[in-house]
Design a protein around this ligand. Structure first.
Ligand SMILES: NC(=O)c1ccc[n+]([C@@H]2O[C@H](COP(=O)([O-])OP(=O)(O)OC[C@H]3O[C@@H](n4cnc5c(N)ncnc54)[C@H](O)[C@@H]3O)[C@@H](O)[C@H]2O)c1
Ligand SMILES: O=C(O)C(=O)C[C@]1(C(=O)O)C=C[C@@H](O)C=C1
Length: 379
């Protein structure tokens, strides 16, 4: 009973990006004891000792290694895992879940649909949950999932992998291809810096996705293409449509134009449906406004203590009292993960009044101004 109330957590791959995030999550948010094993920097416990000292074991190792790592743990456990819960967070589910099912543990595959966040929970992110063999651990699993604050979606492993060929395989493939095309063609038009002033909202969003991929762990993007059997057929379709478009553009006549419109626009529009098309189009517009706000050169970023009700009102009144007009206000996070309010300030506002407002935020103890950009006078 005690085991299912306050289980000890074991992390296989404890030194990786997600392993470190999960350790903080279980210790700080759930008050649980966490131990781990990782060939890179966490070898105090042998694999067998790790298995013996935990109730819940979570595999967070590289995708292509995870099925064999799990099989190795099954061998090491040799039955000691009976009564435990084994989880994994691998981006591909069929192989790891099948490998965990060769154990005698209860088994659930998970897939959080974002990189390890800088926030304490997965709030606002989807997480796929593949219940493969779950019985006595169900209540604890539900508590754990609730604590993550993720938007959980249930699927079996095969369904997950089929969907991921589209959600990840296709999105990553198209953006990696865009990265390669830009690398080859941008030098002919003034390089990336030369292109930037010409950006559309669509270009800016796609560049952000491409650069996110380029900034991340390449092994994950490689494994997502190579380890999911549903990716190759998806790539066939993708390549066929790009090839088809190229052929039509080469053909260049009215028949080709009509064909393109029919196959790549009209048919897809009717498949998506009028309402979803309109909602998606509005989402794009909202992102456009957001990008426009974020591009405004005059803004301040303020860190507000989270545990004080009314602090946002106090912050805004500082500007109101000084007649400083605000263009926008967004809550966001710094690159380090700190929750910030980013306040766009009217370009016409009085520089002295703005400077006074910035000083007041500090001396009235309302918050900490982390950045003040585009100000006429230096701080
Ligand atoms: N990064 C993401 O965007 C993301 C998102 C969701 C799920 N995931 C999944 O999380 C898992 C880990 O991803 P990550 O970003 O933390 O990767 P990572 O490369 O940062 O961490 C993997 C860790 O596993 C360790 N490891 C390698 N072989 C091991 C072994 N035999 N035993 C124990 N540990 C071993 C490595 O030393 C490393 O510290 C992957 O399966 C990935 O698909 C990642
Ligand atoms: O970088 C991010 O935040 C991601 O969302 C990473 C991403 C993705 O691009 O789909 C990559 C691998 C994981 O399986 C989940 C999400």
């Amino acid at each position: 009973m005690q085991t299912h109330e306050m289980p000890r957590i074991g992390l296989v791959g404890s030194q990786g990006a997600y392993g470190r995030w999960l350790r903080c999550f279980f210790e700080d948010r759930m008050g649980l004891r966490v131990v781990g094993h990782d060939p890179h920097g966490d070898t105090a416990l042998t694999e067998r000792a790790l298995i013996e000292s935990v109730d819940v074991l979570i595999f967070c190792a590289p995708i292509h290694q995870t099925p064999s790592v799990i099989r190795h743990y099954v061998e090491q456990a040799a039955g000691a895992e009976r009564g435990q819960l084994w989880l994994d967070i691998t981006s591909i589910k069929a192989g790891p879940v099948a490998a965990m099912l060769t154990s005698q543990a209860e088994v659930v595959g998970l897939h959080p649909m974002s990189a390890a966040p800088k926030s304490a929970t997965l709030r606002g992110r989807a997480m796929v949950v593949c219940e493969a063999r779950l019985d006595r651990w169900r209540a604890w699993l539900e508590r754990f999932l609730a604590a993550t604050e993720a938007d959980c979606v249930r699927a079996n492993a095969d369904q997950h992998d089929r969907v991921m060929a589209l959600v990840q395989g296709m999105v990553h493939a198209t953006h990696m291809a865009q990265g390669a095309v830009l690398r080859e063609l941008a030098p002919t038009v003034g390089d990336l810096d030369g292109i930037r002033p010409f950006s559309s909202v669509g270009y800016e969003l796609d560049v952000a996705v491409t650069r996110r991929i380029l900034a991340s762990n390449p092994v994950i993007y490689q494994d997502i293409q190579f380890e999911n059997p549903y990716v190759a057929p998806m790539l066939e379709r993708l390549a066929a449509h790009i090839d088809g478009l190229r052929d039509l553009v080469r053909q260049g006549d009215d028949v080709a134009r009509e064909r393109m419109r029919e196959t790549l626009l009209t048919q897809s529009r009717s498949y998506v449906g009028e309402q979803a098309v309109a909602e998606g189009s509005y989402a794009f517009e909202r992102l456009g406004y957001l990008l426009a706000d974020l591009r405004e050169p005059r803004y301040i970023s303020v860190f507000l203590p989270l545990d004080r009700p009314g602090s946002l009102r106090a912050l805004l009144s500082v500007f109101e009292q000084r007649g400083v007009n605000l263009d926008s206000i967004h809550s966001s996070r710094s690159a380090e993960g700190e929750l910030l309010f980013r306040i766009g300030v009217s370009r016409e506002c009085d520089a002295m009044a703005l400077r006074d407002a910035i000083d007041a935020i500090a001396w009235q103890g309302i918050g900490r101004v982390v950045e003040a950009a585009g100000m006429a006078t230096p701080s």
